[in-house]
Design a protein around this ligand. Structure first.
Ligand code: GLU
Length: 445
């Protein structure tokens, strides 16, 4: 790292011990900023780097709830309100046993820059809990969500902090959270949560938005290189909300999507994934991905192993952080991959990103490629504020326009700061400039 920024990075390490994912996310941004602080020393003079790395507020609280057998369970929950220079704190909630402060801070930090890249007025935050929804009944999930909101509600508001979903938090959980918020506050404040069901203030395309947006970004990136996704062999990792709709949009644009995965293994379906079946298995029945192969005689299920062993031209990691390491990246390159776009947050390790870039693979970082989810959350907030409900086609058009803007901002900033074609540099620089300028304008806050 450039000596101008190294010292700040050391401070982050010292002040946030043991938070490896947060360190990784900060390093990735700071590594892009040397040309920026050289050209604009005012950012260093006004301590913008130190300020941006320190959350505005961090909440950690106990969530007690009763399971179906009548036993009291305790989980730990977090909300990190990272930066509100551009708008209210905005970002999802993750329910997964791996959640601890370091994960929430990495996600919150990423969210600041991702949200800025959308060009919409949203700040960055993230939350979650180490609650594991796997194997829990609906009633247990509801009691957990209600208990979590019983503490969280006092920190939220459409002008303050607006959570949404992430891993383990979908429409069902958002419904329970919203129900409890409404009950405690006696306010039908639609704009306090996004990712809501259509029946009570949700937006069309929100469910599809992250996956669709990732594919729209990939389309733009390939087009800028004189290529196209049509006819390409694509694999996605994961089989949740992002993966399912990335697969759907890629197929609609003429790609052949042949594989996806979950934490137990992966499925290869050379005829092209049946997205409806996948959605049914994962979102309706909440089963393992092997159940997909049971229903499709020509599909193969591979227990364990790595989905990145499946040859492809476009790879869309849509599962979770650090799921694609250097050796997986090498396999992808050997198999002829042309483009990798992160549907998940930070799924590629730093060594994997380096290798892909060195080998000339087009690489889109998550804060650009998966910004479609939060962008459509912002569209949901717009609809809520104007008491309106847009059509699917109009909302999808807006999403596509926004993703074109994200691509444009990344490409232009990369070019301006001497790294043409480097979407990592472009995404970090463009979003940093926007947040940093707003922070300077607001004074020492
Ligand atoms: N969890 C999603 C993300 O990582 C969406 C956040 C939101 O819609 O607020 O961007």
């Amino acid at each position: 790292m450039d000596p101008l920024l190294e010292e700040h990075y050391r401070t982050v390490l010292d002040r946030n011990p043991g938070e490896q994912e947060f360190h990784q996310a900060v390093a990735e941004v700071l590594e892009s900023l040397a040309p920026v602080v050289r050209r604009h020393p005012e950012y260093l003079e006004h301590s913008v780097i130190e300020r941006i790395c320190e959350p505005e507020r961090q909440l950690i609280f106990r969530v007690p709830w009763t399971d179906d057998r009548g036993r009291v369970q305790i989980n730990r929950a977090f909300r990190v309100e990272f930066n509100s220079a551009l708008g209210p704190f905005k970002g999802g909630l993750r329910f997964h046993p791996s959640v601890y402060l370091g994960i929430v801070k990495f996600l919150g930090f990423e969210q600041i820059f991702k949200n800025a890249l959308t060009g919409l007025p949203i700040g960055g935050g993230k939350g979650g809990s180490d609650f594991d929804p796997k194997g829990r009944s609906d009633a247990e999930v509801m009691r957990f969500c209600q208990s979590m909101m019983t503490e969280l509600y006092r920190h939220l508001g459409e002008y303050t902090d607006v959570p949404a979903g992430d891993i383990g938090v979908g429409e069902r959980e958002i419904g329970y959270l919203f129900g409890q918020y409404k009950r405690i506050t006696n306010r039908y404040e639609s704009g306090v949560l996004t990712g809501k069901g259509l029946a009570y203030g949700g937006s069309r395309v929100r469910r599809e938005a992250t996956g669709y947006g990732t594919v729209f970004f990939t389309e733009q990136m390939l087009a800028a290189a004189g290529d196209s996704i049509s006819g390409r062999r694509v694999i996605v990792s994961g089989s949740g909300n992002v993966a399912i709709y990335a697969a759907q949009k890629a197929a609609q644009l003429g790609a052949q999507v042949v594989a996806c995965s979950d934490s137990s293994g992966y499925v290869v379906d050379e005829d092209g994934l049946d997205v409806e079946l996948l959605r049914h298995v994962k979102e309706v029945e909440r089963l393992r991905i092997s159940a997909y192969a049971d229903e499709r005689p020509d599909a193969t299920y591979v227990a364990g192993g790595s989905v990145w062993d499946v040859p492809c031209e476009v790879a869309l990691p849509c599962a979770t952080q650090n799921e694609l390491d250097e050796s997986a990246a090498r396999t992808l390159v050997e198999n002829g991959v042309r483009a990798v776009a992160e549907g998940a947050n930070m799924p590629c390790t730093p060594a994997a990103v380096r290798l892909l870039q060195q080998r000339g693979v087009l690489f889109a970082p998550g804060k650009a490629a998966n910004a479609g989810g939060v962008a459509t959350s912002s569209l949901e907030m717009q609809q809520n504020a104007s008491r309106d409900s847009w059509s699917f086609a109009h909302t999808e058009d807006r999403l596509r326009e926004i993703m074109t803007g994200v691509h444009e901002r990344c490409a232009t900033s990369a070019e301006e700061y001497g790294a043409p074609g480097n979407y990592v540099a472009g995404a970090n620089i463009s979003s940093f400039l926007q947040v940093a300028d707003a922070m300077l304008a607001l004074g020492v806050v």
